[in-house]
Design a protein around this ligand. Structure first.
Ligand SMILES: CC(C)(COP(=O)(O)OP(=O)(O)OC[C@H]1O[C@@H](n2cnc3c(N)ncnc32)[C@H](O)[C@@H]1OP(=O)(O)O)[C@@H](O)C(=O)NCCC(=O)NCCS
Length: 177
């Protein structure tokens, strides 16, 4: 198995189709067209064997506001998945560890939203967000309680010292977080 790093604009049509198949297999009905769109616009890590994509994780830049501090561009992790036939073999860990190297070279912190995989990310150094979350919509700032659990990866804790403050993202089609 090889683990490769590619920017979104280098991903060809065949790989896009293979990724959508992987996400549909791993997430089932939970994965929407908007979720697929959210995965693009940044950097991807692919775990490949022969012509198959067995694992994926990507990170895209997003503007986030922590408390009342100025908006900060962070890495936002999307579409993390391992082929269901190959889970619990370490593929997800290898994929995320490589993505986290890319994150460290690009952004001071990263965020993600997860419903079921909190323990997986905690093993990789992620921390649970403890504060309230909001979305900056056209109508103003609205509370957002739809996502599962927000998590943060901090290279330097002073970049975001307080995990119990409020956190706000910009709205987008589909799930805001
Ligand atoms: C979450 C997911 C990517 C993990 O991939 P994986 O290749 O099976 O993970 P790994 O084998 O590398 O596991 C790494 C470690 O995390 C643990 N782990 C894996 N999945 C876990 C989960 N859902 N919850 C808690 N711990 C988990 C493993 O036990 C392993 O621990 P160990 O190193 O102590 O043995 C995979 O289960 C998946 O695709 N799930 C469906 C899609 C999904 O929910 N993605 C996350 C959305 S945010």
């Amino acid at each position: 198995m090889e683990v490769v790093v590619v920017d979104s604009d280098q991903i060809d049509g065949a790989t896009r189709l293979a990724l959508r198949t992987l996400w549909d297999r791993a997430f089932g009905d939970r994965f929407s067209d908007d979720d697929a769109d959210h995965a693009y616009g940044g950097v991807h890590v692919l775990a490949r064997e022969d012509d198959r994509v067995l694992g994926h994780a990507s990170a895209v830049p997003r503007r986030i506001r922590f408390g009342d501090r100025p908006w900060l561009t962070v890495g936002y992790v999307e579409a993390v998945a391992t082929d269901p036939e190959r889970q619990r073999e370490g593929i997800g860990r290898r994929t995320m560890e490589r993505l986290q190297e890319e994150i460290c070279s690009r952004w001071p912190v990263a965020l993600l939203s997860t419903g079921r995989a909190t323990g997986f990310y905690e093993l990789l150094g992620w921390e649970r967000w403890r504060g309230l979350s909001y979305t900056q919509a056209a109508t103003g700032v609205v509370p957002d309680d739809e996502h599962g659990g927000l998590m943060i990866l901090r290279q330097d804790p002073s970049a975001v010292p307080d995990l119990s403050t409020s956190v706000t993202c910009e709205d987008r089609p589909g799930d805001a977080w």
